[in-house]
Design a protein around this ligand. Structure first.
Ligand SMILES: Cc1ncc(COP(=O)(O)O)c(C=O)c1O
Length: 467
């Protein structure tokens, strides 16, 4: 493969110098899959045809790492349009926690479909969103629920609630964070400069997250004393954004898009304490880590920390679009008309969500996630011994990241993407995150056999990627 072409592809994926890049046009993805990566030899003629049409007609702003054209799915296995099967080790980006075509979720959707799909829940009342709210309250301990349709909307709602509640307009989030792409949540997002280029922002300061593998302070845990969390107070509040102007600190329990970064437990406790001491709200963005992905329903429970507000989406809808912002009554006490939307609490999505959560609870999923997560980390740790390009294996529950590095431990996104494409050819679906990380976030119901087979294929992909 021509080196320049590979680099061009990397650029299109967002690993580029801000301001100096030229985005790859959608049609160029087609050419890349066709000529350079040989990916169309893997998929069939129908996939090729659909991708050709897609590239002509849909916006080029989304980045696709390989030419998968899905058709149907069951459990953890996706069948593409030409009949080729893949083990999905990313669950449709941490969405299909209860598995594809889960019979209980399907039955709940079908039953609701027979009755009514949409009612304008912002204007009327209905039973499914109320039943779901009770379940969310039971699982989370929060007493109030606000519904929307996506992660970015849940974060926007939290920004507005924090502004409304505190009458302040400053925000804080962390480097490498991802909170969404609409303009409010994008102000918090600090993952890739490309995502923010040319867009205006709300007043937001960024602080360092506990990325221990690449400590921003070049310190070692635990002797570091969690210097990164203390930066909030020692630097941000003193020099950049007064707590008197700060409505809330937004934090992901485990950073997702930024590289599957798991902080030590003291990090969140320290951040919590600083927020309390300075009378600033803490918002947990549980969009990717929540809904049992890391074991407990709230990923923050792993750290014994409670935020005033928590945001959910992705897995919440059981495969349908649904977001939610949760808080206690004393926080979510804004009056009628301050915030709303058309589709939040959609009847089908609420029915799917409730069925999915009930299914996961019934399966005792927290224990299963912890067990499978530690098995997965152990297996990937064993691979690390034989593949020096694996610099770090980290994770919480079934949110596991593998950081790909050069011999000097610097990032190696080109090799990372080569591994991803080889993995696709082997029949597993993986996705990139961070600068040089491969993420594993399979359906929580993945079987032992599927996981074994998936990891064997990953090992083959590592070999084929020429390491
Ligand atoms: C932690 C986190 N917050 C917010 C979002 C945005 O969610 P959505 O894509 O549904 O807008 C994401 C998406 O990846 C996420 O991982």
């Amino acid at each position: 493969m021509a080196q320049e072409k590979t680099e061009e592809f990397e650029k299109a994926q967002g690993v580029e110098k801000p301001g100096k890049n030229k985005a790859m046009e959608a049609g160029q993805y087609f050419d890349f899959f066709e000529h350079e990566a040989g990916m169309f030899n893997t998929v069939g003629p129908k996939a090729r045809e659909i991708i050709e049409q897609d590239c002509k007609i849909t916006s080029a702003c989304t980045a696709r790492p390989y030419p998968l054209v899905v058709d149907s799915a069951k459990g953890s296995v996706i069948r593409d349009i030409d009949g080729r099967e893949y083990i999905d080790l990313v669950a449709g980006i941490a969405v299909m926690n209860a598995g594809y075509s889960n019979p209980e979720v399907k039955a709940a959707i079908s039953a609701q479909l027979e009755k009514m799909t949409h009612c304008g829940y912002g204007d009327f009342f209905a039973e499914p969103p109320v039943k779901l709210a009770k379940k969310l309250s039971e699982l989370s301990g929060y007493s109030k629920v606000f519904y929307c349709n996506s992660g970015t909307e849940a974060v926007e709602a939290a920004i507005k609630l924090a502004f409304w509640k505190t009458k302040r307009q400053g925000l804080i989030s962390f480097y490498n964070s991802f909170h969404g792409r609409t303009l409010g949540s994008l102000s918090l997002t600090c993952s890739k400069a490309r995502q923010k280029e040319h867009f205006p922002a709300l007043r937001t300061a960024h602080s360092h997250y506990a990325y221990c593998y690449r400590c921003p302070f070049k310190l070692e845990y635990p002797s570091c004393g969690i210097e990164c969390a203390k930066e909030l107070e020692n630097l941000i509040f003193r020099r950049e954004l007064s707590p008197m102007d700060t409505a809330a600190v937004f934090v992901e329990p485990v950073q997702g898009e930024g590289g599957y970064i798991v902080p030590p437990p003291e990090f969140h406790r320290e951040v919590r304490q600083i927020c309390t001491d300075n009378d600033v709200l803490l918002v947990a963005d549980e969009v990717q880590a929540g809904c049992f992905r890391t074991g407990p329903f709230l990923a923050m429970e792993n750290f014994e920390v409670r935020a005033e507000i928590s945001c959910f989406a992705k897995a919440l809808g059981g495969g349908l679009p649904l977001g939610a912002m949760l808080a206690d009554r004393e926080i979510m006490d804004w009056p009628q008309g301050v915030h709303s939307n058309t589709f939040g609490g959609n009847l089908l999505a609420s029915a799917a969500s409730l069925a999915s959560l009930e299914f996961l609870e019934k399966e005792n999923i927290e224990d299963r996630v912890k067990e499978l997560g530690s098995q997965m980390k152990q297996r990937l740790g064993e691979l690390q011994e034989n593949f020096p390009c694996i610099g770090d294996v980290r994770g919480l529950g079934l949110m596991v990241g593998v950081e790909i590095v050069k011999p000097d431990k610097s990032i190696d996104p080109i090799r990372r993407d080569r591994i991803l494409r080889e993995a696709f050819k082997e029949g597993i679906l993986l996705l990139p995150c961070g600068d040089s990380v491969i993420r594993f976030s399979p359906p929580l119901v993945i079987t032992d056999e599927e996981l074994d087979s998936g990891l064997e294929k990953f090992q083959k992909a590592l070999k084929k990627a020429g390491i």
